[in-house]
Design a protein around this ligand. Structure first.
Ligand SMILES: [Zn+2]
Ligand SMILES: [Zn+2]
Length: 603
């Protein structure tokens, strides 16, 4: 009989992570710290209920859980607490652990502040920094006080944002599209002539503050009324004749504006943003003697046109053209050089969803996917793909079902049979066999080299011990990159949008190594990940790396997520040539082979 509440996987993981953090602060044995970090990460991502695994006496079958930690978890699950953990939690206050969340505040600094100045919470840390008390400590100065205060501010903002100020695009976009579809379905045919999403959503930003929608309509009052009574609307902030602001049940704000046809081009440009891009365009317009607002251009008198003369644009492209700019794709409008490029007509020909010929990272029921090899292949073909790489998790991951060499041999038979059927039916589609091989905590891979050598495309990823320090996790990843059998680095920074920050990994060094070895950098298109992000994608191309856009699909429906990866790629200025899975299968494989030849021993 248990008298305490049953602990969930997440709760157990949090306790183990708390133990690891305290061991870090106490400067315990490094391997012991890593062991707890590994176990925490494994259990956090574990599919099976840990109580069931414990009941079956199989805790040590979980990756990273040895006899010692297993026994402690068992005690924890049975009694609701573990005496050794309790002692650690009593010894190091939670507030000191929280201090480690402040950017740049490692365990060593937190420990010294706590032991030498008695600071045991983020609030106490702020007070001490504000009072100038940290500079008494050797190695700390006014500069570090300033840095710590800034870090605390950042941390507070991050926490605030976590409360829902910005939402992941993967949540917002389907909702916005659904509302537009509902609006159109409820209105008489032709009531809306044109409707378009503007704002950061049109720019495919990874998180969205609020949604801006513009439309053309001869019946604005009816459109507004219908919009405000959509079932998702929880609250109405504004109800004007041509503008309505509503808040949805999940807290998202959506604004709808009806604009005049002659203002459409300028309005769409204005409400698409970003603010920084618009400032740059406005400055350029001013230099040409025009002031720009959401309606159009008005001559200032400084140019050829007499002051007060107006220009309107039905299309956004006409506005850009008038200013002697190439039309700038919304994804580029962040003032990162796009205005100058538009002036010189050197904007990149961004890749599109239609450029993707196949994908190189996805899962089936051989690991944690929900569909069979054949079902995933059918879904890929239905999207017009010509190839799909079966890359199930290798052994070595916390999830119970990993694929080892023996299973891969059996899986190969299934894949070959499917490909034979395609060939006989003259279908231009090929399944490849790969693996999402685990990069273990020490940088070794979850499958031996001779097994990897037999695969078509190998993706290597990290799913455990993600809180290793910068040096450790970077070295770990470099080891995998320099393995000649590794073709693609999967979701390189490990972040989960709004849920888990990226690892400490040194992406500049990682990208340099990818360039050197020809290892392909993944843009994981799953909107919970979007990893690498737009900035790293752009940097990767600058360095000369190739990228791959993969849904990391675990179900047939997941393949629809590719558009999010394309959004990231476009924001990163990528062309089709930068992305390997825009190539036909043989050309793509040849490129990977070349890269393998270039891979050499790690310096
Ligand atoms: Zn993965
Ligand atoms: Zn995966």
């Amino acid at each position: 009989m248990t008298t305490h509440t049953r602990l969930t996987n997440r709760e157990v993981a949090a306790i183990l992570a708390g133990v690891a953090a305290r061991l870090q602060i106490l400067d315990a044995n490094r391997f012991r710290i890593i062991a707890f970090q590994n176990a925490a990460e494994s259990i956090r991502t574990l599919a099976q209920d840990i109580n069931a695994i414990d009941a079956a006496g199989e805790l040590t079958s979980i990756q990273g859980v040895g006899k010692g930690i297993g026994d402690a978890i068992h005690t924890l699950l049975v009694n609701g607490s573990d005496p050794e953990f309790d002692a650690l939690f009593a010894q190091v206050p939670q507030g000191v652990v929280d201090m480690m969340q402040v950017p740049d505040m490692g365990p060593k600094k937190a420990k010294r502040l706590w032991e030498e100045l008695g600071i045991d919470s983020v609030a106490a840390l702020r007070a001490a920094a504000e009072a100038g008390k940290l500079r008494d400590l050797k190695g700390f100065g006014a500069k570090s006080e300033e840095k710590i205060l800034k870090g605390i501010e950042l941390l507070a903002k991050r926490t605030e944002r976590g409360d829902g100020e910005r939402m992941p695009i993967g949540v917002v976009r389907p909702l916005a599209l659904h509302m537009i579809a509902e609006l159109q379905a409820k209105l008489p045919a032709g009531a809306i002539e044109r409707i378009e999403i503007a704002g950061s959503l049109r720019r495919w930003k990874e998180t969205i503050g609020d949604v801006d929608i513009l439309c053309l309509s001869a019946q604005p009052a009816l459109v507004m009324e219908t919009f405000r009574t959509l079932p998702e609307v929880a609250d109405i902030l504004g109800a004007g004749e041509t503008k309505s602001s509503v808040v949805l049940g999940n807290g998202l704000q959506v604004d709808l504006r009806v604009v005049e046809r002659k203002h459409w081009g300028a309005a769409l440009q204005y409400f698409t943003g970003s603010k920084e891009h618009n400032v740059a365009v406005r400055e350029l317009a001013l230099k040409q003697g025009w002031s720009l607002n959401e309606y159009g251009l008005t001559a200032t008198g400084a140019g050829d046109a007499p002051a007060g003369e107006e220009r309107f644009f039905e299309e956004e492209a006409d506005l850009y053209a008038f200013l002697r700019l190439e039309w700038v794709p919304p994804e580029l409008r962040e003032n990162r050089g796009e205005v100058a490029a538009a002036q010189q007509h050197t904007l990149p020909a961004l890749l599109t969803l239609a450029d993707l010929q196949g994908e190189l990272h996805g899962h089936t029921t051989w690991s944690d996917g929900v569909a069979s090899v054949a079902e995933m292949a059918e879904a890929a073909r239905a999207r017009g793909y010509h190839y799909w790489n079966v890359s199930d998790h290798s052994v070595g991951l916390g999830i119970v079902q990993g694929v080892d060499g023996e299973k891969l041999r059996r899986q190969r038979v299934e894949i070959d049979a499917y490909n034979r059927r395609c060939a006989e039916a003259d279908i231009d589609f090929r399944l490849l066999q790969g693996s999402e091989v685990e990069i273990l905590a020490d940088g070794a891979l979850g499958l031996p080299d001779d097994v990897l050598a037999g695969l078509d495309v190998v993706v290597a990823s990290i799913h455990s011990a993600q809180r290793q320090d910068r040096e450790t996790i970077t070295a770990r990843c470099l080891k995998a990159i320099y393995n000649p059998h590794v073709d693609i680095l999967g979701h390189p920074t490990g972040r989960l949008l709004g849920e888990r920050p990226p690892t400490e990994i040194d992406m500049e060094r990682i990208l340099q190594a990818c360039r050197e070895t020809g290892t392909v950098v993944e843009i994981n298109a799953n909107p919970a990940r979007l990893d690498v992000n737009d900035l790293y994608a752009r940097r990767a191309v600058e360095l000369g790396c190739k990228l791959a856009i993969n849904c990391d699909a675990h179900s047939p429906q997941d393949l629809t997520l590719a558009e999010y990866g394309v959004g990231v790629a476009r924001r990163g200025w990528l062309t089709a040539a930068d992305v390997i899975n825009t190539r036909p299968v043989d050309a793509m494989l040849a490129l990977l082979k070349d890269a393998q030849r270039n891979a050499h021993d790690q310096p």
